[in-house]
Design a protein around this ligand. Sequence first.
Ligand SMILES: *Cc1c(COP(=O)(O)O)cnc(C)c1O
Length: 412
Amino acid sequence: MPWPTQPDTDITELIDREVERQNTGLQLIASENFTSPAVMDAVGSVLTNKYSEGYPSKRYYGGNQVVDEIEDIARRRVCELFGADAANVQPHSGANANLGVYLALLDAGDTVLGLSLDHGGHLTHGSPVNISGRFYDFVSYGLTPSDERLDLDQLRDLALEHRPKMIVAGATAYPRIIDPAPIREICDEVGALFLFDAAHIAGLIAGGAHPNPVPYADVVTFTTHKTLRGPRGGCIVSRAEHAAAIDKAIFPGLQGGPLEHVIAGKAVAFAEAATPEFGDYARQIVANAAALADALGERGFRLVSGGTENHLMLIDLRTFDEELTGKDAQNALDDAGITLNKNTVPDDPRSPFVTSGLRIGTPSVTTQGMKEPEMVQIAELMTRVLADTGDTAEIAAVRDDVRALCSKFPVY
Ligand SMILES: *Cc1c(COP(=O)(O)O)cnc(C)c1O
């Protein structure tokens, strides 16, 4: 059958609508970004046609001469970017990267320490609804009640008590720098492997706006689509001694054929992230987050841990309005073209489907060129919506103002 000559308008029209949505609203989801046209060209290329099970020069199928070069470039670039010994660029996602590391370095039932989900950890750090929590014996550490920072004393006590095979650091909703040095010391004290999950902050690390965990951790996993601004996918960098086990765990242990079109997109993103301009970008993400946090604080919102040092912040809505839930706030803001997600705050009395908080990130708005003055505007737009989530006229007015602001910073 020849290819259809008519476009599939069911889908093309929806894609057009999504372009419109991304162009005309404020994208404040902390794990999202706008990837470059060069990355999208690679992901939309004929590389999607190729089966390449295995690794460069060790493939199960023929015809991989070109693909081998692409995957080698991706591996070399990411090792240079982070100063790592070895890389596996095949994980289809951040979750698969973590699972691959567990499969490589742990046995079922081994004890692992991870940050608890309701203090900002990720599902793959031992949640009972995730395979990590079902196959391994995860013990959760958390934040201090006083300043809502990582509780390193508790982490050390738990490590001494449980003698874990691995300690997982990293978070999905934590607004502070995670210093890898003291965690390495705890790992050394109890003989644990150190996995640093840098999914959210890989771009900040690449741009020099967050300490690099690679010199400290045995393995660092990350996603390529968050602050790193590449295609949707995962990556693992490790010390040389773990590379063979990790490669075997990703393929054939966990995945089949690699997504070489996405790997080509990763290679493009790694080169973009190695430029001095990307360092400026990473610093501006952090400056924008700080400016937005300040402006929200001035408007009566409490920020978990009192502020931010990275690309995201967590709002505890209760000081602004005791009755306002994260769920209702998210929905009202969505109606105004401000996209973000509800999030639990530490020891949240409400369920994860309702929550008392919001998570906000600045990677996307920074990519489109917004700076500190626009962050103050965003705080004001959010406050107008959240002051009365039932005021549909005001929400419509904010929607117009959001559209006007975004039109000055076109994305696609
Ligand atoms: C986003 C994230 C992941 C998972 O990434 P996916 O690509 O969504 O599977 C893993 N760990 C952390 C800390 C994350 O923030």
